[in-house]
Ligand binder design. Structure first.
Ligand code: SF4
Length: 75
């Protein structure tokens, strides 16, 4: 399987959802410290590096990223 292109902060769909590759740099009011793509329920891994997010088909998101659709994974 080929590697998916990485979602960048500049991507229009990323901007629309306030996606940022480095979650800790987010200035969004919804951002909470400790929230990461890696612990979001829409993240489909792999856990390190870049992985698949259900909300951004065709792109790989940064495991350390964040967007305003972030939802904490259920245990
Ligand atoms: Fe990351 Fe979750 Fe937003 Fe997808 S929905 S980009 S996994 S924070």
């Amino acid at each position: 399987a080929g590697e998916l292109p990485h979602l960048t902060d500049a991507d229009p769909t990323a901007k629309a959802m306030n996606y940022i590759e480095d979650a800790t740099a987010s200035k969004n009011a919804l951002y909470r410290v400790g929230s990461l793509c890696a612990n979001c329920q829409f993240y489909r891994g792999p856990d390190a590096g870049y992985g698949i997010c259900q909300l951004f088909p065709g792109k790989a998101v940064n495991a350390k990223g964040w967007c305003s659709s972030y939802t904490l994974q259920k245990a």
